[in-house]
Design a protein around this ligand. Structure first.
Ligand code: AMP
Length: 289
């Protein structure tokens, strides 16, 4: 595995790989690698001959009161995990190489970026859209794999790359979870052991919703309300949001229509840590979750 820190060098390598007719897959991360990230690498390896992983804690997608400074950066450990997973190139630029003096451009992803994560974290999706397009241009990837863990991010990236004719194939990969259902996340390490225990309520809320829709209920707004009460009873506060949305547009859904896909999305603060999770279902289809 080669470690590259210079965008121009990475781009030249990728251009050369393309000339050799190699299929390039990219997995973008902020590091502090865990099973979720590694599952994306395996997904990319099934489809692409060369896999590039990027590690970049992107300052422009963090709000001023967020955890940019304290975000974990165990680079040596990450490099070892990436190497063991068979990553071909690890691209890890310093922020000043990505945003040099005089940098000005950003991409506004439009209305989808203003709700849920976008409402809780103003400017977040503009930062995400911009860095993703930069990393796609640098890595020249044919395929990019993102986790469904960040479902709204995936929807925004599909929209932006489609609207801007980027041409990279965007694929979603399933959420990796711990044995007790908690979605693996670089932020889980912030949780105290009590809070880690409480955090399992996110998955229990998903299971509750699954059980209710399995019973044939279509009243999504009411089910979400009940799931939010379950979360409140465990963590003692209201979720930032907990809601069913149309899976494609992220517009809130009240009543399920047979054959349509929905997603239960949630963000919950436990102590000083903010966790997100989600679950997709198609009304009337037998579920596999
Ligand atoms: P991050 O490093 O948190 O920015 O995540 C980098 C990529 O890994 C994104 O596409 C995430 O959606 C994905 N990811 C993070 N956690 C998980 C998980 N538990 N399961 C699947 N994908 C994940």
């Amino acid at each position: 595995m080669q470690i590259i820190t210079d965008p121009a060098e990475m781009q030249a390598i990728s251009e050369n790989l393309r000339l050799q007719h190699q299929l390039i897959g990219v997995v973008m991360t902020m590091g502090a690698l865990h099973e979720g990230h590694l599952s994306l690498v395996r997904h990319a390896q099934k489809k692409a001959g060369i896999v590039i992983m990027t590690i970049f804690v992107n300052p422009t997608q963090f709000g001023p009161a967020e955890d940019f400074e304290r975000y974990p950066r165990p680079f040596e450990q990450d490099a070892a995990l990436a190497r063991a997973a068979g990553v071909d190139y690890l691209f890890a630029p310093p922020p000043e190489r990505m945003y040099p003096e005089g940098y000005h451009t950003s991409i506004d992803p439009g209305p989808m970026a203003g709700s849920f994560e976008g409402a809780s974290r103003p400017g977040h999706f503009m930062g995400v859209a911009t860095v993703v397009v930069k990393l796609l241009n640098i890595t020249r990837a044919h395929l990019a794999v993102f986790g469904e863990k960040d479902a709204q991010q995936l929807a925004v990236i599909r929209r932006v790359t489609g609207d801007l004719n980027i041409g990279t194939m965007i694929e979603g990969a399933p959420i990796a979870r711990e044995a007790d259902g908690l979605a693996t996340s670089s932020r889980n390490i912030y949780l105290s052991s009590d809070d880690r225990q409480r955090a399992t309520v996110l998955y229990r809320a998903i299971q509750y919703a699954g059980q209710e829709t399995d019973r044939g209920r279509h009243d999504l707004k009411a089910i979400a309300h009940e799931a939010a009460s379950l979360v409140h009873s465990v963590i003692g506060s209201t979720p930032d949001y907990l809601c069913f949305v149309d899976d494609e547009t992220f517009v809130p859904a009240v009543e399920a229509v047979p054959g349509k896909a929905y997603r239960l999305v949630m963000a919950v603060r436990i102590g000083s840590t903010r966790l997100i999770d989600n679950w997709r279902f198609v009304c009337g289809e037998h579920r596999d979750a």
